[in-house]
Design a protein around this ligand. Structure first.
Ligand SMILES: C[S@@+](CC[C@H](N)C(=O)[O-])C[C@H]1O[C@@H](n2cnc3c(N)ncnc32)[C@H](O)[C@@H]1O
Length: 282
C-alpha cells in the first residue's frame, strides 16, 4: 500500500525537489532533518502555540489539535488514574503533565532535545518522566504501558509510521489503548493556506510523496509524510491493533483563531484533524 512513498523502506536517496516542495525523503534523513528542525524551532513554536496548548498551565493541558478538542471533554483514553501511560512525541509535555495531574504514571518521549529541555523546565513538579528517543525505536521493555497517546507527535514526521505502530504495540500490554492525532489526510490535497486558496484541491490525495524543505546542499531540513486514511488504518491493523474509534473534531462555532493552515474558514468545511483510537489485540 505504501509503495509510492519514496524512502519508506529506509532508502537514503533524496530526490529532486519539485516546485511545490514535494520530493523523496528517506526514513533516516527525515528523522535527522526533523530532529534539527524541532531543536531549532522549539522556542519559536512554543512562543506561538504554547498558550493554546496549555503550556503555561501548572498542570499542562491535553489538546488533541488546532480545533481545540481537549481530552478532558473527549475522554478518548478513558480513566487514566493509576495507569502507566506513554506519550509519544510529547514536545514540551503539556499532555504528559495533564495526565500526571490526573493520576497517571507518565513517560513523555520525544526526539528533540530542545523540546524536552522546555518540557523539563515545566514538568519538574509533575512527576512525568521524560525520555529522548526516536519513536520508531522505543527504549522500553515489552508490555510496559496500559495506554499510549500522541497529539500530533512523531507520527506525521516519519517516513515509516508502521514502525511506530509496531513499537507502540510492543510496549503496550494486551488490551492497551493507543490514541493519536495527525493532520486529517484529506488536507493533503489542498494548499496549506488558511484562506480561500486552501479550499481548492491542487494535489492528489493519493500522492504519498512527502512535503520536504531542504538546504542548498539538498539536505532535508524538514519533512512531513502523508498517509491516506486507509493507510493509517492498515498501519494499525498490521501492527495488531483493532480500531475502535475514528474522530474528526469539528471547528467550534466561537473559534476564530488561525494555526498555520487551520482556520475557521476551512475548519467549517473540511476536517483538519484525524484522531484514531485503537486497542492492542491479545
Ligand atoms: C507538533 S509537536 C507535538 C507535541 C505537542 N503535542 C504539541 O502539540 O506541541 C511534534 C513533536 O514530535 C516530535 N517528533 C518528531 N519526530 C519524532 C520522532 N521520530 N520520534 C519522537 N518524536 C518525534 C517533535 O520533536 C515534536 O516535539
Amino acid at each position: 500500500m505504501n509503495d509510492t512513498v519514496p524512502g519508506a523502506g529506509g532508502g537514503e536517496e533524496l530526490g529532486e525537489l519539485d516546485a511545490a516542495g514535494y520530493a523523496a525523503a528517506g526514513a533516516a534523513e527525515t528523522v535527522r532533518g526533523n530532529r534539527h528542525w524541532w531543536d531549532r524551532e522549539a522556542s519559536a513554536y512554543l512562543s506561538e502555540h504554547g498558550a493554546f496548548l496549555g503550556d503555561t498551565e501548572a498542570d499542562g493541558d491535553f489538546v488533541w489539535g488546532p480545533e481545540g478538542l481537549r481530552e478532558a471533554d473527549a475522554a478518548l483514553l478513558g480513566n487514566v488514574g493509576g495507569r502507566d501511560v506513554l506519550e509519544v512525541g510529547c514536545g514540551a509535555a503539556q499532555c504528559s503533565r495533564w495526565l500526571a495531574a490526573h493520576g497517571a504514571r507518565v513517560v513523555g518521549m520525544d526526539l528533540s532535545g530542545a523540546m524536552l529541555a522546555a518540557a523539563a523546565v515545566r514538568t519538574s513538579q509533575s512527576g512525568a518522566a521524560l525520555v529522548q528517543a526516536d519513536a520508531r525505536v522505543l527504549p522500553f521493555a515489552d508490555a510496559s504501558f496500559d495506554l499510549a497517546c500522541s497529539a500530533y507527535g512523531a507520527v506525521p514526521f516519519v517516513a515509516d509510521p508502521e514502525q511506530i505502530m509496531s513499537e507502540v504495540a510492543r510496549v503496550l500490554r494486551p488490551g492497551g489503548v493507543w490514541a493519536f492525532s495527525v493532520t486529517h489526510p484529506i488536507r493533503w490535497a489542498f494548499p496549506d493556506d488558511p484562506g480561500p486558496a486552501g479550499l481548492r484541491a491542487t494535489r492528489s490525495y493519493f500522492d504519498r510523496t512527502p512535503y520536504v524543505e531542504q538546504d542548498a546542499a539538498d539536505r532535508v531540513l524538514y519533512a512531513e509524510h502523508h498517509r491516506t486514511l486507509g493507510d493509517r488504518v492498515a498501519d494499525l491493523v498490521g501492527a495488531g491493533f483493532v480500531v475502535e474509534r475514528l474522530v474528526e473534531p469539528e471547528w467550534p462555532d466561537d473559534a476564530e483563531h488561525v494555526w498555520g493552515g487551520w482556520s475557521r474558514l476551512r475548519g467549517r468545511l473540511l476536517p483538519g484533524t484525524l484522531i484514531l483510537v485503537a486497542r492492542r489485540s491479545g
